[in-house]
Design a protein around this ligand. Structure first.
Ligand SMILES: NC(=O)c1ccc[n+]([C@@H]2O[C@H](COP(=O)([O-])OP(=O)(O)OC[C@H]3O[C@@H](n4cnc5c(N)ncnc54)[C@H](OP(=O)(O)O)[C@@H]3O)[C@@H](O)[C@H]2O)c1
Length: 245
């Protein structure tokens, strides 16, 4: 990211995840960056250094999100917020292959983590963004959240939650632009990235298409660097191409 001093003060939510940690590493390495807030459930940061600040945050708890925003507010305005949290599978959840696999509680949990959590972050953190210059609020979405691009089905809960996330971001972008005309609120598709989230599903990935977290984070930062206020409300992939709704 270069030029115009963007970004100086950054926040990475989900800083202990595969892609979140790579964002922290990439941002810290940039000359213009002065501080990087690392927010995560454990409150740990993936790297140490004079630019790093850290605090705990559970995106599914409104109180926790509010408390973290109050901590970060002391160093506002913020130029860049990246939300790199997300859930595809864990010991109680796996992506559905068929309608037969649908389970109300699991669908709700996916929506809570993948859509409601980032929306709560938007509610608490958008007011902390710089108003006088370029500011970006970016959330990791996924290409599978695109309804028009859905050709192979499956993964009901994750797909629907990411589609819901994209709509929440679009709606927030419209409201936010009224008072922050230079602001950019976007979703990002990182490509298929080697992390805990993708690990069980990497078998069919074509050669050269499984990215390292650092490649994905660097590519997405380059994409954010090229965006302007006209890009707000949209979803962009790591290569800069727009992901259709
Ligand atoms: N990897 C891919 O191929 C791929 C492809 C498309 C989209 N994405 C998206 O990219 C984003 C990052 O994924 P990743 O690959 O980096 O996965 P990851 O390594 O599993 O990281 C996910 C992160 O989300 C955090 N998280 C989950 N629930 C949380 C909660 N309630 N409160 C706070 N943090 C919570 C986890 O925190 P802990 O560290 O505390 O567990 C972890 O840091 C996700 O939105 C994912 O959907 C990834």
């Amino acid at each position: 990211m270069t030029g115009n001093g963007f970004p100086e003060n950054c926040v990475v939510v989900g800083a202990t995840g595969g892609i979140g940690a790579a964002f922290v590493r990439q941002l810290v390495a940039r000359n213009g960056v002065k501080s990087v807030w690392c927010l995560s459930r454990t409150g740990r940061s993936p790297v140490q250094g004079s630019k790093i600040r850290s605090a705990g945050l559970d995106i599914t708890s409104p109180d926790s999100v509010l408390a973290a925003a109050q901590v970060v507010e002391a160093s506002a305005p913020v130029d860049l917020v990246i939300v790199a949290t997300g859930l595809l599978h864990d010991d109680k959840l796996e992506p559905e292959k068929s309608l037969r696999d649908l389970d109300a509680e699991k669908l709700a949990r996916s929506y809570l983590v993948n859509a409601i959590g980032p929306a709560l972050i938007a509610k608490a953190f958008l007011p902390l963004l710089s108003r006088e210059r370029k500011s970006v609020f970016a959330v990791l979405s996924a290409r599978v959240g695109s309804i028009s691009d859905n050709r192979i089905g499956g993964w009901y809960g994750y797909r629907a939650a990411k589609a819901g996330l994209n709509q929440l971001l679009r709606t927030a972008s419209i409201e936010h632009a009224r008072r922050w005309p230079e602001s950019i609120v976007v979703g990002l598709h990182p490509g298929t990235v080697d992390s805990g989230l993708s690990r069980p599903f990497q078998r069919n990935v074509a050669d050269g298409k499984l990215f390292t977290p650092d490649f994905a984070a660097r590519s997405m930062l380059d994409v954010l660097d090229g965006l302007d206020a006209g890009s707000t409300g949209r979803v962009f992939a790591y290569d800069g191409l727009e992901v259709p709704a």
